[in-house]
Design a protein around this ligand. Structure first.
Ligand code: GDP
Length: 300
């Protein structure tokens, strides 16, 4: 909780401070106040459409029951934002038999490999046995980088040489995780191939390979998104959500932005739950997502 607060406090300084004037306790909540609030929401990366929808709901409520003061407006806003996030929260797919297979997908540089390593340590801390698969055989340093994370978290990795067939190394990892009865298999995948189509085709092939060995897997396909790229990241994300069967989001680098509103845009526009947030470069800098704590941090 405290660490979420700390990481998102830059966000709070931004959105919280921006709306401070809008929701000052004594000010009457009129159309001008709502318009100010709309601008503040947009500035926090919530997105134009989502901001307009939220303001419309507040305006409706104002017409029906009135909004007495800034504090009430803030409470209503908090409630709306939390609801948008909660609507997308859903349980992780049931795992018929271990391992739970988690595929990490996303554009290069978003923090996929780092998050794979952090997640491995996170599951280890939950007393789970973990195996990692280095299936990003395209990016030169990805395999070595994952190995370093493996050493840090005490998790073994299944790897091949650079340029190797990702589905082949995945096949080996699935067999290994299954025969060793590992609880979790984390698969780091490529964020870039020669073309977008070849990347999507590769991810699809990996999915089919997985299903051949474990029919109900992958149980999670986590799209890693960099919070600092804001609305641009959302555009990139659509490519993956359309073709990679994404089931949830990891929002990284939340420590590096004053605009946490992107989490709301993700829920509203991608219709996906945020599962984890990344709040730094160290192994422990990952937190399971908590909508209440997040919105509180956002609004201050
Ligand atoms: P990949 O290409 O998607 O595998 O990205 P990497 O895992 O190599 O990460 C790219 C950079 O982002 C590295 O310098 C990481 O240390 C950094 N990074 C990843 N997650 C976070 C985070 O939550 N906060 C911060 N500040 N940096 C992060």
């Amino acid at each position: 909780f405290d660490r979420m607060k700390q990481a998102v406090s830059r966000t709070r300084e931004s959105l919280g401070e921006r709306i401070e004037g809008v929701i000052a306790l004594t000010r009457e909540v009129d159309e001008a106040a709502l318009e100010d609030l709309e601008m503040s929401l947009i500035a926090s990366d919530i997105g134009v459409t989502t901001a307009a929808e939220i303001i419309e709901r507040l305006r409706d409520r104002g017409k029906r029951q009135g909004i007495r003061n800034g504090a009430e407006l803030k409470d209503l806003l908090r409630e709306h934002l939390k609801q948008i996030l909660d609507e997308q929260q859903r349980p992780v797919a049931k795992v018929a038999a271990p391992p739970e297979v988690i595929m990490m997908v996303g554009v290069n540089g978003t923090g996929k490999t780092t998050t794979s390593g952090k997640l491995a340590a996170w599951y280890r801390a939950q007393a789970k046995t973990v195996l990692m698969c280095a299936a990003d055989t395209f990016r030169a340093a990805a395999i070595e980088q994952l190995e370093v994370w493996g050493e840090r978290s005490g998790v073994e990795i299944v790897r091949t040489k650079q340029g190797g067939d990702p589905s082949a190394v995945l096949f080996d990892a699935l067999q290994a995780a299954k025969s060793r009865h590992n609880d979790v298999l984390i698969v780091d995948t490529a964020g870039r191939l020669h073309t977008k189509n070849s990347l999507m085709a590769e991810l699809d092939k990996m999915r089919r390979t997985t299903q051949r060995i474990i029919p109900d897997a992958p149980h999670e396909v986590l799209l890693v998104m960099d919070a600092t790229t804001g609305q641009n990241g959302l555009q990139q994300a659509r490519l993956f959500t359309e073709s990679a069967g994404v089931t949830g989001i990891v929002l990284t680098k939340l420590d590096g932005t004053a605009k946490g509103g992107i989490a709301i845009a993700i829920a509203r526009e991608l219709k996906l739950p945020v599962r984890f947030v990344g709040v730094g470069e160290k192994i422990e800098d990952i937190l399971p997502f908590d909508s209440g704590a997040f919105v509180d941090s956002l609004l201050g």
